[in-house]
Design a protein around this ligand. Structure first.
Ligand code: AP5
Ligand code: MG
Length: 218
């Protein structure tokens, strides 16, 4: 399966991606996670990306497309992938399309996670992420058993630098202006499927799996 998870900041892309990738045996490729790993490691790419990320702006397309091309060359992406947070602009979607045509491996489906703006702000300002394994929590909706500690690996939970309310609101504006046009881009290609992303995480997961079953994925 070659799948894109599309949706605004806080829609639950990262939360849902873990299970989808596991069920479909494909790698979960999050451009945001790759960029944050570069920031943490202090690479040149990370240093360049950080100023955009902290402001809630998009990192330039050429940087992202080069990064994704390298990631797709890795062995685990040979039989499929789940993109989370990519593509984010029409030029990125066009570059991906060209790349996949070259490889003869077209996309199967684009899942759009729909969630109202008010809920997104609450989700993001309360999000905490494990600094070791990356597991995502929420202070209210999905709290850890021990405050500040990951249930899986006991790593310390941290808040993302771009999860302050003002940056979240800018990320939502950027999404509307630069990423929403992709809904039409993929609708025109017959690839877009909507998934209601409110309610329990497990209910959203079940809706996603119901759609994927239509594509032969259980
Ligand atoms: P990125 O990391 O991609 O962030 P994003 O798209 O803004 O999305 P988030 O990760 O914030 O939200 P999510 O949908 O994954 O939600 P999550 O599952 O965590 O990008 C960050 C930055 O990197 C960008 O601003 C940009 O600068 C740069 N970047 C990345 N990719 C780029 C690209 N392609 N081009 C250019 N720049 C790029 O859930 C959020 C919270 O909600 C969690 O606390 C979770 O527990 C909770 N939650 C999840 N589901 C539910 C539910 N059903 N009910 C209640 N709570 C829930
Ligand atoms: Mg995410």
């Amino acid at each position: 399966m070659r799948i894109i998870l599309l949706g605004p900041p806080g829609a639950g892309k990262g939360t849902q991606a873990v299970q989808i990738a596991q069920t479909a045996s494909i790698p979960h490729i999050s451009t945001g996670d790759i960029l944050r790993a570069n920031v943490k490691a202090g690479t040149e790419l990370g240093t360049e990306a950080k100023r955009y990320m902290d402001a809630g702006e998009l990192v330039p397309d050429d940087v992202i497309v080069g990064m994704v091309g390298d990631r797709l060359d890795e062995d685990d992406a040979a039989h499929g992938f789940l993109f989370d947070g990519f593509p984010r602009t029409v030029p990125q979607a066009e570059s991906l399309e060209a790349l996949l045509v070259d490889r003869g491996t077209p996309l199967d489906v684009v899942l759009r996670l729909a969630v109202p703006q008010e809920e997104v702000v609450e989700r993001l300002t309360g999000r905490r992420t494990c600094s070791q394994c990356g597991r995502i929590f929420h202070m209210v909706f999905d709290p850890p058993t021990t405050e500040g500690r990951c249930d899986d690996c006991e790593g310390s939970l941290t808040q993302r630098d771009d999860d302050t309310e003002d940056v979240v609101l800018n990320r939502l504006d950027v999404y509307r202006a630069q990423t929403e046009p992709l809904e039409n881009f993929y609708w025109e290609r017959g690839l877009l499927r909507d998934v209601e992303a409110v309610g329990d995480v497990s209910d959203v997961q079940a809706r996603i799996q119901a759609v994927l079953q239509e594509y032969g994925q259980s």
